[in-house]
Design a protein around this ligand. Structure first.
Ligand SMILES: Cc1ncc(COP(=O)(O)O)c(C=O)c1O
Length: 356
């Protein structure tokens, strides 16, 4: 039995999506306008933030958030190397310097200590990443603004605080495969800070608030009205879908995946994790990957080559050792996950991991 890596589907929404797309098309309001405003209000409320600013994608969200919290070209910004490349690219894109820090290979996230080790007198911000759906620790006491890259963690919650609200600003991607994904690219910045929100709004629109005076060089990066209309529909079910993902993680544990030789299950606390991906640790990751691929069970090692080893980052060699990053890069493997993964599919994945 084939099992896809992403067990999710928009099929139950298709009719309503078609209605909303038609309604936006008929309205003639395609850029910003009422759908985007409504989504921004609803997503801010969902996150428990005062403001949400819709932008073109999750990469621009980080770049714009960094500028909005005051980072300038030449400044150092600490960022984990074990993440999707865009977390660091967004820093370099605005002329700042990514300074790579290590992670805890058990959680795949930074720790306060790994961040502190990479900080210098020139550190002006931290990009923390809620990787694979798990919240990074609270770093607000470290004395510089934190931009929380929550592209993989929409809705994750700790002590009542949602992903995106554990810093000066939080950033999201609505890339189709995300826990809240649209029909194309999209992104957002959330913040409680009025000035950060106002500057982000200006930066996403060429550095202008009135379309005729351009006060700083910005970007053309706006969330589309069509995406906003679809995201509003999906947002209302997000907590339910996230809970279904956690239930899949519980089923993997209940049905014995952790008893398979050499497999370590993800560590997690309830609601801190929204399982964008279900990532195990194993020293035999490559062998397991080829075995699962042969059985048509979706599996993928996402970040075998961490960001600091990517050719484009040659100019930013890390100043600290990154042993946790190396370990995670070698041992991580994503297995099928999604709210629609049923017991049969879960049994098939576990059987495929245990066989041979
Ligand atoms: C952790 C992380 N940061 C940033 C991004 C960038 O988002 P986007 O593809 O919308 O630019 C992604 C997703 O692709 C991501 O997973």
């Amino acid at each position: 039995m084939a099992v896809p890596l992403f067990a999710t589907s928009l099929a139950p929404y298709m009719e309503r999506i078609a209605e909303r797309v038609t309604s936006v098309a008929e309205s003639g309001r395609y850029i910003l306008g009422p759908e985007v405003q409504a989504f921004e209000r609803e997503f801010a409320d969902f996150c428990g933030a005062r403001h949400c600013v819709g932008v073109g994608n999750g990469t621009d969200a980080i770049t714009i958030a960094l500028r909005a919290v005051g980072v300038e070209p030449g400044d150092e910004v600490v960022v984990p190397s074990f993440t999707f490349y865009a977390s660091a690219e967004a820093i370099a894109n605005m002329g700042a310097k990514p300074v790579f820090c290590d992670i805890d290979p058990h959680t795949f996230c930074v720790t306060r200590e790994t961040v502190e080790r990479a900080m210098t007198d020139a550190t002006r911000a931290i990009v923390s990443v809620d990787l694979f759906g798990r919240l990074a620790p609270d770093l607000r006491e470290l004395g510089v603004p934190v931009v929380e890259d929550s592209a993989q963690a929409h809705g994750a919650r700790r002590d009542g605080r949602r992903a995106g609200t554990n810093g000066a600003a939080g950033t999201f991607s609505f890339f189709p495969s995300k826990n809240l994904g649209g029909l194309g690219d999209g992104g957002a910045i959330v913040t409680d800070d009025d000035e950060v929100a106002e500057r982000a709004r200006r930066l996403r629109f060429h550095g202008s608030t009135d379309k005729s005076t351009f006060t700083e060089v910005g970007y053309n990066s706006r969330l589309d009205a069509l995406q906003a209309a679809v995201l509003r529909l999906l947002l209302s079910d997000l907590d339910g879908w996230n809970e279904a993902r956690r239930e899949v993680a519980r089923a993997y544990a209940r049905n014995g995946l952790g008893d398979v030789d050499g497999i370590e299950l993800p560590e997690w606390e309830d609601e801190e994790h929204v399982f964008h991906l279900y990532v195990i640790r194993t020293e035999r990751a490559d062998e397991l990957l080829s075995k699962l691929t042969d059985r048509e069970v979706g599996a993928r090692a996402y970040y075998r080559r961490p960001v600091h080893e990517q050719p484009a980052m040659d100019g930013f060699p890390p100043a600290v050792e990154l042993p946790g990053t190396a370990e995670a890069a070698r041992t991580h493997l994503a297995l099928p996950m999604g709210p629609l993964l049923d017991e049969r599919a879960i049994a098939e994945v576990i059987d495929a991991c245990a066989s041979g």
